[in-house]
Structures are given as structure tokens and as C-alpha cells.
Design a protein around this ligand. Sequence first.
Ligand code: ADP
Ligand code: MG
Length: 355
Amino acid sequence: MSKELTDKYQLVVGLEVHAQLSTSSKLFAEDASSFGAEPNAHVSVITLGHPGTLPKLNMRAVDYAVRMGLACQCTISRRSSFDRKNYFYPDLPKGYQITQDKEPICIGGRVPFFLEDGSELEVQLNRIHLEEDAGKLIHAPGKEASWVDFNRAGTALIEIVTEPCIRSSEEAVAFLAEIRKLVMYLEICDGTMEEGSLRCDANVSVRLRGTETLGKKVEVKNMNSFRNLGNAIDFEYQRQVGLLELGQEIISETRSFDADGCFTSSMRTKEELNDYRYFPEPDLPPLFLTEEWIESVNAQLPALPNALYRKFIAAYGLPRYDAALLTESKEVATWFEALCAKTAQYKAASNWMMG
Ligand code: ADP
Ligand code: MG
């Protein structure tokens, strides 16, 4: 796109990131939430939504959500509650998903991170809430049939919702990379994007630079790689700018990203949007967390990647490149710290480890 057009239109992005929590059982049932089992091996009557069954909240999942909330400097709700989001889809046995709408477990928050050039950015969060995942449809190639696997139905997710404060695909990708690092440092999600443990919807709009009001947004669903996220945002920016330049309107709609062709296409428009009829989940009481419990979760948080990155530069005098590589994973960072307790030759230690 020409410089004239990129000067004229500003990109605005807000992300919704789903992280599958690595609890051994589901959010409201005791069946296993392992990946890769025989289809429909982990489907209790609760998961299948049999009449008369009652959900029971998995406190490990609450612990994990609060860890993430604390790491992102959210306000942890002393009282939160669950809601039903109603819609019909064959991978949703109950006909509704239990989520948190009005009273999410974590409110606000911020995620600081560094770009490759060393500049520091911060993304504001709107909320982090707990919800259950749906099952999976498998469309049989060449057959007029689909299969359904309910193993994933009811597994625990957190959804991390940002404010519309992201201004480039590079920022969006760097933010998602920081989220991935955080959930892995906190040991609450395995971070494997190919298996869908971490996936992301991008809300994209454009507006004339210098204007305040947000443009109409398009939601691009379920990207499961950094590259797809970046490409989808770049494609949408160009598509929307192109439409506006032709004097056409942007339609608020949900689009999907075709990774092979590198384009987005319409899935459903706002007019066809579901009315989810959210209402309070009658089978679950509100969740109350005490000060002491939150403090005990806080006391167990590890050193976070951003803090270690700063420390490796400030205390060990490492170049940004080294600090970034050595803080990619907690194992490597921890190992490097142990090494630095034994030598003052930090740069040599870094070279040795990176090699
Ligand atoms: P909806 O009610 O359509 O789900 P929300 O207000 O809940 O919209 O926002 C969902 C996500 O979309 C958030 O991540 C938010 O930052 C982002 N978002 C909202 N409006 C815009 C916009 N005009 N452009 C880009 N992103 C937006
Ligand atoms: Mg939304």
C-alpha cells in the first residue's frame, strides 16, 4: 500500500485470545481434558448435558485464571459469576456454553512487552474470563457427512480480551507472543498453537488518522499461528482501506482467514449475528475469592519473562538479542540464572548457552 494511504488511515486492532488451561479435568466435570485421545472417550453425562446433571466448578482452573490475572496486573474480582451463552451448533451438546459475561474473574490489566528493536509497548486488557470450550466437528473429505468429537467439550479456557489499542500487525503478533510466554511461564497452558491450545480472534477496523471515533470492526476468527494473525490483520487493513477509498462502507461482520490463499472471507454479517440471550447460570452460585486465597496464588508466581528480560540487560549487561532468546522459555531463563550465580562472565555464559 502507498505511503499516502498508510498516512491517511490508522489501523485499530483488539484481540480476543483463548488459552486452554492445562488442568487435568474439565471446567465443570471430572472427565479428562487431554488432547489426542480416541474421539468421545472423555464424555461424562455433565459434558453431554444430560438432563438433571449439575456442573461443579474446577478450582484449579480458577487458580490458573487468577495467576494470569495477577501476572497481567488485572483487578481480581472478589465476586464473579457465570452466565449461559445460548446458541445451537452440533459441537455444543448442551445448547449453551457456560462463560462469564457480567462479572468476569479478572478486570482491566495491562501487558508490557518489547518489540524486536527494543522499543517497549503496553497493551491494555479489558478483562480475562473463564469459559468452557465446545467440541469439534470433523468434516469427512468427499463425504456428505461430519463427525463430532466431544472430548474438547467442557474443557477449561480463559479468554483474554484487549482494548482496541493495538496499532499494527507487528504489535499484535508481539503481544500474542508475550501472552504465550506468560501462560507457559505460569504453567497454566501448554501454548501449542497448532493443537489449538492458544488461538486468537482479531477485531480490525480503520479510521482516518487524527480522528477519535472508532471505525466499524470486522472480527477475524480463530487464527492459530503468529504468521496467520499478522497476515490476516495486514489483509484486512488493505481491504478496508480499499473499500473506504472507493467510497464504500465497511460492514460489521465475522470473517475467516484462509491461510493458504492469505485472504479473509465473510462468514456472517451483523444482521445474521446470534442473539446469545446471556442469562445467569442457575446451576452455579457466584464465586467468592478471599484476600488470603488470592495472596497465596500471588506468592507462588514465578519471575515473569518481561522482568527477566530487563534484568538480563540491566544486571548482566546482555544485548537485547541475548536477553530475548534466553527469556523465551522459563527453563532456559532459570538455567541461565543458575549459571550466573556461578560466574560473573555473563556474556560468555550467554554465548555458551545460546550455542
Ligand atoms: P462485541 O460486543 O462485538 O463482542 P466488544 O466491545 O466486546 O465487541 O469487543 C470485542 C473486541 O473487539 C475487544 O477486543 C475490543 O477491543 C475489540 N474492538 C471493539 N471495537 C473495535 C473497533 N472499532 N476496532 C477494533 N477493535 C475493536
Ligand atoms: Mg466479544
